[in-house]
Design a protein. Structure first.
Length: 112
């Protein structure tokens, strides 16, 4: 029995190392979101960090920052929504087959 436990602990260590590498790789996964018919474009990476924001100069109106703020928020939120499935798929590929199935233990909950 302890031999199996030792194997399991080894697999857990391997999984931890793979997850750390996967987290670092997430910075290379990107997704963009647009608002205002493409007038505002936000790009985020898999670490959910905003890495780029493009604003068409024609929509910058002195005294009307509220519309611009709304467009930026909408573009960033859209980018964050579309990156989420890519993050989950990337992390799932790292953990697939790494540990045996244990009844009552949902590894997917750790990937959220």
């Amino acid at each position: 029995m302890f031999g199996n436990l030792g194997d399991l602990m080894g697999k857990v260590k391997d999984l931890q190392a793979n997850m750390q590498a996967a987290q670092e790789q997430l910075s290379g996964i990107t997704e963009s979101g647009e608002s205002g018919g493409g007038m505002v474009r936000a790009t985020v990476n898999g670490q959910k960090k905003l890495i780029s924001l493009e604003i068409d100069p024609s929509i910058v109106q002195p005294g009307d920052t509220e519309m611009l703020q709304d467009l930026v928020v909408a573009a960033v939120n859209k980018a964050l929504e579309t990156i989420e499935p890519k993050i989950k798929e990337h992390l799932k590929s790292v953990t697939q087959g790494a540990l045996p199935s244990i009844p009552g233990l949902d590894l997917g909950s750790f990937l959220k």
